[in-house]
Design a protein around this ligand. Structure first.
Ligand code: GLC
Length: 554
């Protein structure tokens, strides 16, 4: 195991509520993850990233943390988490966990202590307790909006429930008060939490909302267009008062020192939406975060020019500071890639989650996109179920939805549960093998079992077989772990072709995807992997149909 494994790793994201349920309560757990580690090792990923597993009232899928040093009792306990890390290491898998420094749960001991005092107290200093505007402070301190809809401020009430004229800040749900990162106690506490988990063997952290810790002094208005909500994208524009403030980088430099205290050094991946390539690269300087999530790539539609330019920009941005690029198509926050491309094909917004779109086409493009992504240089993420080609469950009934933004926007936003439906391990109803009792915290649609691991295990042509093959090749072929790539010009501009390896060397691998409408002949050696069944090698290469991708010997 090398120390710079993160430069080319494939990291599998586990959303613990939905991965595997060992105790039968319909909610996934640590024992469930442990029981499926051999599946993940066999899949061929290098690491797992576990979304928050800490004690939490679960108002935002665990991103509302009550105690970072405890595992939520629904998931297990710290001992079990340590056993999971140990088991994973034995199988050659690294383990990273989410950490959520921007905010805590309103049930966190610090916030409860603050509520028992009045604004101005040392307890409130750990949060953003700010005097309101208007007579008696009856209006919020400024115009900031919550990413989940509505104002980012809620009034602080006194013990009798009366107004104090002060407000607390929550960039997300009102149950997620923002911490004051200017306060040394907050900084010391999180460095201690990092050490707590590093000492227990954790290999690193994915840092939730790594851009928002520092707020502009004086809380100036941001002058967002009237009626515009921030929306769930966290997208930022230059100079906003709550995102990407220069001071945030001091926090990451301090965290990096903590990571580097350990042997082997621990790693960070930041959830970073920046306003420019240079702004993004700043997070990746050698004394800050190792990698950041690549949202531009994730949000790229099925469009050859945009895809090429986002690949180029990602490589050059990370290259500015010697960091690897990362690639990602799915997460617990965004619609499944298959459905995104299905909607895109139907002329709808790719963030739209209101229907299936052109599902068959989306399925083909999703497979192609996953194979293409795994052929790019750098580190890649797979979200649980992406290896099964799962679709977005857009038809979840309103009553089943738990995303807090759904309630805050009256159902206009907050549709993230559609990519969080538990994993179908088998085709047995009810429950599709998610747990021993058939219970599932979100309902599974009728076609769920047909996409299950058990069904695809027996298939040579399923998405699972494709991902397994690609990950095996990624390990076997040094060219696919090398840092660079070169584009290979094509006659048909709708076909993207790139070469990995020495350029002309025997071990080169050619990665290609056809985003156009015509089948093309692609020159190359042996066919290593194809995104769809029926793609056959022909003399001197392959016939590449529309909406497909291949890897060839160079
Ligand atoms: C990140 C998480 C998301 C969560 C939010 C608030 O964007 O990925 O799931 O709701 O932060 O913590």
């Amino acid at each position: 195991m090398t120390t710079d494994w993160w430069r080319s790793a494939v990291i599998y994201q586990i959303y613990p509520k939905s991965f595997a349920d060992a105790d039968g309560d319909g909610i996934g757990d640590v024992a469930g993850i442990r029981s499926r580690l051999s599946y993940l090792a066999d899949l061929g990923v290098d690491a797992i990233w576990v979304s928050p597993w800490y004690r939490s009232p679960d108002r935002d899928g665990g991103y509302d943390v009550e105690d970072f040093r405890q595992i939520d009792p629904r998931f297990g306990d710290v001992e079990e988490a340590v056993a999971l890390i140990r088991d994973a290491h034995k199988l050659g898998l690294r383990v990273i966990a989410d950490i959520v420094p921007n905010h805590v749960s309103d049930q966190h001991r610090w916030f409860r202590a603050a509520l028992a005092t009045t604004p101005g107290s040392p307890e409130w200093d750990l949060f953003h307790a700010v005097a309101g505007t208007g007579e008696g402070g009856t209006r919020p301190p400024n115009d900031w909006r919550s990413v989940f809809g509505g104002s980012a401020w809620d009034p602080i009430l006194d013990a009798a429930g009366g107004a104090t004229g002060f407000w607390f800040l929550h960039l997300f749900d009102a149950t997620q008060p923002d911490l004051n990162w200017e306060h040394p106690t907050v900084r010391a506490e999180f460095e201690d939490i990092l050490r707590f988990w590093f000492e227990r063997g954790l290999d690193g952290f994915r840092i939730d909302v790594a851009t928002s810790l520092i707020k502009a002094p004086g809380y100036p208005d941001e002058h967002r267009a009237p009626g515009a909500d921030a929306g769930l994208s966290l997208e930022v524009t230059e100079g906003q008062p709550q995102w990407n403030r220069p001071g945030v980088h001091d926090v990451w430099r301090a965290w990096r020192r903590v990571a580097d205290e350990h042997d082997p050094p621990r790693v960070f991946v930041g959830e970073v939406w920046a306003d420019s390539p240079a702004g993004l690269a700043a997070y990746l300087r050698p004394d800050e975060l190792h990698t950041v999530f690549n949202f531009d790539y994730m949000m790229c539609p099925w469009d050859v020019d945009r895809l090429r330019s986002v690949v180029d920009a990602s490589l050059s941005t990370a290259g500015l500071v010697g960091a690897p690029a990362t690639w990602v198509l799915e997460s617990h926050d965004k619609p499944r890639v298959r459905t995104r491309f299905a909607l895109d094909a139907a002329g709808r917004d790719i963030n739209d989650r209101s229907g299936p779109g052109e599902d068959a086409l989306g399925a083909l493009r999703g497979r192609a996109a996953t194979l293409f992504m795994l052929g790019l240089p750098g580190s890649a993420y797979l979200y649980q179920g992406q290896e099964l080609g799962l679709r977005e469950v857009w038809e979840l009934p309103a009553g089943a939805r738990q995303d807090p933004a759904f309630a805050r926007t009256n159902g206009a936003d907050g549709l993230r549960d559609g990519c969080r439906v538990p994993i179908p391990w088998t085709d047995e109803r009810p429950g599709c093998g998610f747990g021993p009792t058939g219970a599932s915290w979100l309902p599974m649609p009728p076609d769920w079992g047909a996409m299950s691991v058990a069904r695809q295990d027996r298939s040579e042509t399923g998405v699972l077989a494709l991902v397994r093959r690609a990950l095996r090749l990624r390990r076997a072929e040094p060219a696919l772990r090398s840092p660079g790539m070169t584009w290979v010009a094509q006659e048909d501009p709708a076909v993207l072709v790139l070469r990995r390896g020495q350029s002309g060397g025997d071990g080169d691998v050619v990665v290609a995807m056809n985003l156009g409408g015509a089948t093309v002949h692609l020159a190359g050696g042996a066919l290593l992997a194809a995104s769809a069944p029926g793609i056959q090698a022909v003399d001197g290469g392959v016939l590449l149909p529309p909406d497909s991708a291949v890897w060839l010997r160079g």
